[in-house]
Design a protein around this ligand. Structure first.
Ligand code: TTP
Ligand code: MN
Ligand code: MN
Ligand code: MN
Length: 366
């Protein structure tokens, strides 16, 4: 049953923020989708560079004002390579691009999409399973595939976790966490970051940032909060990581390719009571929640980093390093010319340090 429902379904995820394409001219949105499919496929093949090139091209289209009817209008736009131009041209002329249609129908692409949508399964694992001849979620269960605890939870809650999280649901989870932190450490603030902070109506998870105005008080907070939430039967799965960041270590090397930071955090699945929607019959729905704890001095950097989008963060960090010789991450901003950290008490101040005009969250959806 799981198989028939998921094998051929495009799925709502992976294709990027489709919601945001909706207001665009139809053909432009189609080109974007086509490019995002190729980006995804390149990622499935381990070609990160190619994947990034298609993602960039899709973002350039997204940022274009007005309607796109001929390729000439694109002019010599930086960021759109020859391959991407060909795809856009095909879509403009024929409504579809044969290469993209072939990818979408390929067994490998569909299987990789199915498997990588399991919480805890990345490209490498999915690819190995594909090589081993596994094709469906049922195969994973029936052939006794070794799964981590995280993957087991991902499989168990596959449908819920691949159903968009609504803003109201995110706010309700935020309130539950707010309640928990007030019990554990009054004065702690809980901030909704990620796509919801950028104003998106839906998300794939809920990103919550915790901090306390008195430096140091946040130490040990997360495990107490998670224990309490767990005792209230609000948590279906959780996996915590300790803080491993020390400013004395100095800045990360520029261009460190990962967005991963070193904050104390908890990757979890919440059990959210719901009235309507897919989980209505059960009365609850599984929702992915990221809890991150930042010391107050790093909070503005954490907030900027965790608000995204991933593409915006990548471009901002690239700008910092290439144009300013500064290293920006979710912990700090470091000026390599002057050999010093640039502190900030707000996101605005970080943009000032970078010599940029402030970009409000709603404009970081690129
Ligand atoms: P996501 O939750 O992956 O993405 P999103 O909230 O933009 O969109 P969605 O609706 O699909 O959830 O990541 C949010 C931001 O957090 C993103 O900019 C990357 C950042 N991030 C880190 O800084 N460090 C991390 O370890 C992870 C996992 C994410
Ligand atoms: Mn909706
Ligand atoms: Mn998110
Ligand atoms: Mn997240």
């Amino acid at each position: 049953e799981i198989e028939s429902r998921h094998r051929l379904r495009g799925g709502w995820g992976g294709g990027g923020d489709r919601e945001w394409g909706r207001g665009l001219p139809y053909d432009s949105a189609l080109s974007q989708e086509a490019l995002e499919t190729l980006a995804e496929e390149a990622g499935f093949s381990g070609s990160e560079g190619r994947s990034l090139a298609f993602t960039r091209a899709a973002s350039v289209l997204k940022a274009l004002p007005g309607r796109l009817s001929t390729l000439e209008e694109l002019g010599p736009l930086p960021g759109i390579g020859e391959h991407s131009r060909r795809v856009i041209q095909d879509v403009l002329e024929d409504g579809v691009c044969a290469e993209v249609e072939r990818v979408k129908l390929s067994e490998r692409y569909q299987t990789m999409k199915l498997f990588t949508k399991i919480f805890g399964v990345g490209v490498r694992t999915a690819s190995r399973w594909y090589q081993e001849g596994l094709r469906t979620l049922v195969d994973l269960q029936e052939r006794g595939t070794k799964l981590t605890r995280q993957q087991q939870a991902g499989l168990r809650h596959y449908d819920d976790l691949n159903t968009p999280v609504e803003r109201g649901e995110a706010e309700s989870i935020s309130r539950a966490v707010q309640g928990a932190v007030q019990r554990c450490l009054p004065g702690t603030s809980v901030t909704l970051a990620g796509g919801f902070r950028r104003g998106k109506p839906h998300g794939h998870d809920v990103d919550l940032l915790l901090t306390h105005p008195e430096a140091g008080r946040e130490a040990g907070l997360l495990s107490r909060v998670v224990s309490w939430l767990d005792s209230q039967d609000l948590i279906l799965y959780q996996h915590s990581q300790e803080n491993s960041y020390a400013l004395q270590e100095g800045p990360e090397p520029p261009g460190g390719r990962d967005v991963m930071d070193r904050f104390e955090r908890c990757f979890s699945i919440f059990r959210l009571e719901v009235q309507g929607g897919p989980g209505a019959a059960r009365g609850w729905k599984a929702v992915r929640v990221d809890l991150v704890v930042a010391p107050i001095s790093q909070f503005p950097f954490a907030l900027l980093g965790w608000t995204g989008s991933r593409h915006f963060e990548r471009e901002l960090r690239r700008f910092a390093s290439h144009e300013r010789k500064m290293v920006l991450n979710s912990h700090a901003l470091y000026d390599s010319r002057r050999n010093l950290f640039l502190p900030a008490v707000s996101e605005e101040e970080i943009f000032q340090h970078l010599g940029l005009e402030y970009v409000p969250p709603a404009q970081r959806n690129t």
